[in-house]
Every structure is written in structure tokens, then in C-alpha cells.
Design a protein around this ligand. Structure first.
Ligand SMILES: [Cu+2]
Length: 110
């Protein structure tokens, strides 16, 4: 019995190594702003937005989400993971603190 439990524990640990979880949408902050500025995902998709600021040349050091008002600091060269609500088909807008650079995520119905 003990051996069986250990086998199960091992199998579970191994399964944990397999790549899974939300799909990552990579967006970079370059001297042109958010790139790509528009990305599309499917409604209901398990997705996370990963923003990595790669330049110090712009004021886009944070991302502010229009609908939620939530603000995410974007430290240089540090991927910042942002959970995306995808229950409804909508367009999620975000921008830098001053609204000079902006991006959007289109949650498409199909
Ligand atoms: Cu700005």
C-alpha cells in the first residue's frame, strides 16, 4: 500500500513538470510602445498577458487597464504576468500612465 501511494505521488510530481496552464500572450514595450499593440484571443481561453518592458526610452513604465483601473508596474526586462478575464467577448484596453502608448486585447466570440 505504501509503495502504491509513493508511485502515485511520483506520477503526480512528474505530471507537474509537463507544460500546461494558461497560454501566454507576450507583449513587449519597445521604443514604439506596446508591441504588438493589438492581440486577439478566444473567449473563454485560459490566457495570461505577459508584458516585458525592454526599453527605458519611453514613459511606458506601467500599464493601466481602462476597465478595471488596475495599474501594473513594468520594471525593465522583467516579465509581468497579468491574468485576463475572458468570460465575455470584449476589447480590453490598456495604456501607459499618461495614455500616450496603448494596447488592446480583443476577446473574440469565436
Ligand atoms: Cu506615457
Amino acid at each position: 500500500m505504501k509503495r502504491m501511494l509513493m508511485t502515485i505521488a511520483l506520477a503526480t510530481a512528474l505530471a507537474g513538470c509537463a507544460p500546461k496552464g494558461p497560454s501566454e500572450i507576450q507583449v513587449a514595450v519597445t521604443d514604439k510602445g506596446f508591441e504588438p499593440a493589438s492581440v486577439s484571443i478566444k473567449k473563454g481561453a485560459d490566457a495570461v498577458l505577459v508584458i516585458t518592458r525592454k526599453t527605458d526610452a519611453t514613459c511606458a513604465t506601467e500599464a493601466v487597464f481602462e476597465t478595471t483601473g488596475r495599474k501594473y508596474e513594468l520594471p525593465l526586462n522583467t516579465p509581468v504576468r497579468i491574468e485576463l478575464p475572458t468570460e465575455a467577448a470584449t476589447t480590453i484596453h490598456y495604456a501607459c500612465g499618461m495614455g500616450m502608448y496603448s494596447g488592446q486585447i480583443v476577446v473574440a466570440a469565436k
